[in-house]
Design a protein around this ligand. Structure first.
Ligand SMILES: O=C(O)c1ccccc1N[C@@H]1O[C@H](COP(=O)(O)O)[C@@H](O)[C@H]1O
Length: 213
């Protein structure tokens, strides 16, 4: 299996141009108003219209009521929902029931040295888990964690995130062979997405994945 790559936190037309060139597997739009990468659903819908159809789009949400998530899924025509807050299994089931057009639901698990795999089981109804570093606030701070804390987690359902950059992304792919890697800060310069970094990161993931086969 080749590890896929998601570039998260797009909000400008030039971000779309960069990903159309680099062709990651997924891109993310952040619908968390406290994020500096927040994009309105209307703006995201406009950006999405210019995205190459092969690139799947993921909406990132933090503790938003299910009905509002569904509305945004429909406005933007999101493929995947990434829940990056405190949503539990009940929430995930309700979302799936109300919004049949979502192809997958990903749940973020914020990891520190007290990682309790029971927390992962609490949201076991998610299709995949995005393992990110524990931070005050929710995500996208470029903070990494020791992936060894994950033990023997099912790599087919695992998405690694948190402080990935061109320096550490190669070992994340070769050592853990996750389903995907997800990054935002590591693809930026001065807080904005950087075309050259995006292209470099996508190339690195593709070449490391080939070595894993
Ligand atoms: O990117 C954000 O601003 C964000 C806000 C709230 C929740 C999640 C967010 N992004 C996700 O955070 C991780 C790690 O990002 P980074 O590479 O460490 O900056 C990633 O899953 C993003 O999708």
């Amino acid at each position: 299996m080749e590890t896929k790559i998601k570039i998260c936190g797009l909000f400008r037309p030039e971000d779309i141009e960069a990903v159309n060139e680099a062709e990651p597997d997924f891109v993310g739009f952040v619908f968390y108003p406290k994020s500096r990468r927040y994009v309105s659903p209307e703006k995201a819908a406009e950006l999405r219209r210019n995205l190459k159809p092969a690139i799947k789009n993921v909406g990132v949400f933090v503790n938003l009521p299910v009905e509002q998530v569904c509305d945004i899924v429909r406005i933007v025509q999101l493929d995947i929902v990434q829940l990056h807050g405190d949503e539990d299994s009940e929430y995930i089931t309700a979302l799936r029931d109300k919004c049949a057009e979502i192809s997958e639901i990903w749940k973020a698990v914020r990891v520190n040295e007290n990682l309790n795999l029971a927390d992962v089981n609490k949201s076991a109804s998610a299709d995949r888990f995005v393992f990110d570093a524990y931070v005050e606030g929710y995500g996208g701070f470029g903070k990494s964690f020791d992936f060894r804390l994950l033990g023997n987690i099912d790599s087919e359902r695992t998405i690694l995130a948190g402080g990935l950059t061109s320096e550490n992304i190669g070992s994340a792919v070769t050592d853990y062979a996750p389903y995907a890697v997800d990054l935002s800060s590591g693809a930026e310069t001065d807080g904005l997405k950087d075309r050259d970094k995006i292209i470099d990161l996508v190339n690195r993931v593709r070449s490391c994945s080939k070595m894993n086969r």
